[in-house]
Design a protein around this ligand. Structure first.
Ligand code: DX5
Ligand code: ZN
Length: 218
């Protein structure tokens, strides 16, 4: 299990002093939640803050774009060479083209699905995807509760990916914590996003190690 730490769950001022202490041996990815105030109600940060983070840390970036018009926004991140650039299926009709473009520019292409969006919306484009992000809360805020149907959707997504034969990471985002991460892992997730569970209390590196341990003993 890999952990992608969502920096949305900490304040940007706290985060800037904390960033030099975060180690890639502990935190697998920094999950950058870009929010445009249109696709989701609030605005968070964009490519300039992401660039500063890139300059100050060697932890791989996992950019999650909760934005309208992803065709316009995605290219702004190419220079930063994130490991993953993920956009939402609900925000575009042209997912194939955008995934191909992300790959050409050297990142892995991710597609995110809101809890209410069916897995069918990506079934026929799996050859173009490197990561499927199953949202287990409605996007827009950290600290929400894991949806009741979340485990079922993760299991169904895992089955769909395995049956396709493609090498696609299954990422789960929203409400993942010490109480449910073992089950999320057993259901088939390979990367868990954790915001509150990493940043709200204690030391981020230690919290991450604890989360990972819970999936190993499960
Ligand atoms: C929600 C974001 C998540 C969120 C996760 O819109 O995409 O990444 O920050 O935070 P927690 O783990 O607190 O649900
Ligand atoms: Zn996210």
């Amino acid at each position: 299990m890999k952990i992608s730490a969502s920096i949305l769950a900490t304040s940007i001022t706290r985060f800037s002093t904390m960033l030099p202490t975060l180690k890639k041996e502990e935190i697998d990815y920094l999950h950058i939640d870009v929010m445009d105030g249109n696709f989701v109600p609030q605005i968070s940060f964009g490519e300039s803050i992401t660039k500063e983070i890139r300059g100050q840390s060697d932890i791989p970036l996992d950019v999650h774009l909760m934005v309208e018009n992803p065709e316009q926004e995605v290219p702004k991140y190419y220079d930063l060479q994130p490991d993953f650039i993920t956009f939402h299926a609900e925000a575009t009709d042209f997912m194939v083209r955008l995934c191909e473009d992300i790959r050409v520019h050297g990142s892995k292409a991710g597609i995110a699905l809101n809890p209410a969006t069916s897995l069918e919306s990506v079934r026929y484009i799996l050859p173009y995807i490197d990561l499927l992000l199953v949202m287990t809360v409605d996007p827009g805020f950290y600290g929400q509760k894991f949806t009741l149907s979340g485990m079922q959707k993760i299991q169904d997504a895992k089955k769909m990916i395995d049956a396709s034969g493609y090498d696609i990471a299954l990422e789960v985002d929203g409400g993942v914590n010490v109480n449910n991460i073992a089950q999320v892992s057993q259901s088939g997730a390979s990367i868990c996003v954790a915001g509150s569970a990493v940043f709200k209390n204690g030391v981020p590196g230690e919290n991450t190690i604890q989360l990972k341990k819970l999936t190993e003993t499960a």
